[in-house]
Design a protein around this ligand. Sequence first.
Ligand SMILES: CC/C=C\C/C=C\C/C=C\CC/C=C/CC(=O)SCCNC(=O)CCNC(=O)[C@H](O)C(C)(C)COP(=O)(O)OP(=O)(O)OC[C@H]1O[C@@H](n2cnc3c(N)ncnc32)[C@H](O)[C@@H]1OP(=O)(O)O
Length: 229
Amino acid sequence: MGFGTVSRGGSSRWPDQRLCTVEMGPPCHTSCLSRRKSSSSPKIKVDLDSSTGIAVMKFQSPPVNSLSLDFLTEFCISLEKLEMDRSCRGVVVTSALPKIFSAGLDIMEMYGKSPERCGEFWKAVQEMWLKLYGSNMVTIAAINGSSPAGGCLMALTCDYRIMAENPRYGIGLNETQLGIVAPFWFKDTMVNTVGHRTTELALELGLLYSAPDALRLAWWTSWCRRTRC
Ligand SMILES: CC/C=C\C/C=C\C/C=C\CC/C=C/CC(=O)SCCNC(=O)CCNC(=O)[C@H](O)C(C)(C)COP(=O)(O)OP(=O)(O)OC[C@H]1O[C@@H](n2cnc3c(N)ncnc32)[C@H](O)[C@@H]1OP(=O)(O)O
């Protein structure tokens, strides 16, 4: 499947300044509650605070938030709904599970399935990327756990990234370590963030980075010491 032109940002919902901090705590006052809209699908929970215009999209698909066809479909529908809500200016994607942001593409979707099902799955992967990359909202990945391969793609596709520091959390396009090749547009998304040389090395070796190492290579807008964002 080819790609059309992707528009990125360019709406009044974009702030002029780079966004460096994200308020992710509970509502400060009960009056805030009335301005919160929540929706939940089996794998994704969305909370939109209309007073700030910030939505938090939490992945809740145990054990590892793998990107199955169902997950990707729910993700695209949730993002579309936020896109249509003019009160929403930005969205934070994060995980409700401990230790895992997303394990990437669901391996079980790529094994023993019919060509039709494979086609549907692959289209959903591309759709996720197109919708996230082309979003008019400010998109932020709050990476509170491991994020290999497709999980890393999702984070790289956002405008900004913040990662929790924990030596057990790794992020990267590690497909080479798995004996598969990262598709060219996975690679391009990484090049856009960290440049050619770093991407070349990372993909050749299938590297997973810790938060401080990734920060050194300019992956992040910010990082935090708390293990849970
Ligand atoms: C169909 C395609 C058709 C056309 C496309 C054409 C071309 C495209 C070709 C190739 C695509 C290339 C792109 C690939 C991108 C990807 O994302 S591939 C997926 C890569 N991800 C991984 O390999 C992740 C592997 N998992 C881990 O490293 C660890 O599980 C993780 C660090 C995430 C968590 O570790 P831990 O907390 O110790 O948990 P466990 O390892 O014990 O795992 C718990 C259970 O979760 C299952 N699981 C883990 N990862 C996945 C996954 N990606 N998909 C499905 N299931 C997963 C794991 O098996 C355990 O299950 P169990 O409890 O044993 O039942």
